[in-house]
Design a protein around this ligand. Sequence first.
Ligand code: H2B
Length: 112
Amino acid sequence: MSGVQIPSVTQIKIELMQNLLDAAQLKNAQNLLPDWEISAGSLFRLFVFTNFVDAFDFMTSVSLIAENMNHHPDWSNVYNKVEVRLSTHDSGGVTSLDVDLALSIDSLFIKE
Ligand code: H2B
């Protein structure tokens, strides 16, 4: 047998896993995202719209961004309110993917 090592699927997943943000990076994230509640575990923001259709339009737009990033929000909708919570499940907390998605969601909300 040759000495060539083929990485297992688990090894590849670990290598691709995003790093959790440290305290300084979370502080920086808070400056970039003043409307979000930021903790080591997740980013949270409440979005309020005029009515259900506007809230749903927003969710549809976010869904396209999220699917494109393969990074998906934990969220809920009641009538005109959408609660968005972002974390990187595979890493067990907040990573740069969550900050990137939150920034995209913010710019989308401004355009609405
Ligand atoms: N979304 C979020 N928020 N966190 C993840 O870790 C994650 C995801 N992982 N979307 C992706 C999909 C993973 O489950 C698939 C298998 O790539």
